[in-house]
Design a protein around this ligand. Structure first.
Ligand SMILES: Nc1ncnc2c1ncn2[C@@H]1O[C@H](COP(=O)(O)OP(=O)(O)OP(=O)(O)O)[C@@H](O)[C@H]1O
Ligand SMILES: [Mg+2]
Length: 206
């Protein structure tokens, strides 16, 4: 199935816990998450700090931090991710599913202009491979698409010269360069609201 109704990503009974030992009981951190994401949909996980958003996001990439135990099912394009070997997971990341981390500063190289980094991602993933000048223009186009006010200036800047919100948008632009089916992002509400000032900020979680 490839229509608009296609379920790209689904979690069923997702649980993450810190296993117990002789000194302390098991500690549930994520307790039974069910979700379904269809093509074209935006799904928001909203919750206070420590609620388990980042752990859930990692699990949706098939990743579980060392020392924790994950159970339940996560399917990406019909393929079960839990238990998949690291090499196969890595093959899906970027191409099928991309992650935008909370701390966008660590995701960029500090010594290269933002536009060049996004342009590099475009050159790696797009066929026919665009030339450097074309990749640079396309990078500015992506920055514009994610709501960056001065895409040309931002493309010419180094990551540390940007505000946190702009840096997060630039990270989303870089994730989009790969044209993945799903982007998992940790963003602040202002970033989500940026493109639609006339509408109220996105409210509750689903
Ligand atoms: N690697 C880990 N080992 C043990 N406990 C962890 C680990 N990672 C997260 N936790 C715990 O799991 C809970 C959920 O953490 P998580 O990072 O998912 O929260 P969050 O909702 O993303 O919070 P924030 O909004 O602050 O980013 C927290 O209590 C945290 O302390
Ligand atoms: Mg988090």
């Amino acid at each position: 199935m490839t229509g608009a109704d296609e379920v790209l990503l689904a979690a069923r009974g997702l649980r993450i816990e810190r296993p117990g030992d002789r000194r302390r009981p098991a500690l549930p951190l994520v307790r039974g998450v069910d979700l379904e994401l269809r093509r074209g949909e935006v799904l928001a996980l909203v919750g206070e700090s420590g609620a388990g958003k980042s752990l859930t996001a990692l699990a949706l990439l098939g990743l579980c931090p060392p020392g924790l135990r994950m159970s339940g099912a996560v399917r990406l394009l019909g393929q079960e991710l839990t238990g998949l070997p690291a090499r196969e997971l890595a093959g899906l990341r970027g191409r099928r599913i991309a992650m935008v981390f909370q701390d966008a500063l660590t995701a960029f190289t500090p010594v290269q202009r933002v536009g060049d980094q996004i342009g590099e991602a475009l050159r790696i993933h797009r066929r026919p491979r665009p030339g450097r000048a074309a990749a640079r223009r396309a990078a500015a186009g992506l920055l514009d698409a994610v709501g960056v006010a001065e895409p040309g200036r931002v493309a010419d800047a180094y990551p540390h010269q940007l505000s946190g919100g702009t840096r997060q948008r630039a990270m989303i632009a870089m994730a989009m360069a790969n044209r993945p089916d799903v982007i998992v992002a940790a963003v602040q509400r202002q970033v989500l609201a940026a493109r639609s000032p006339a509408r109220p900020a996105p409210a509750a979680a689903r």
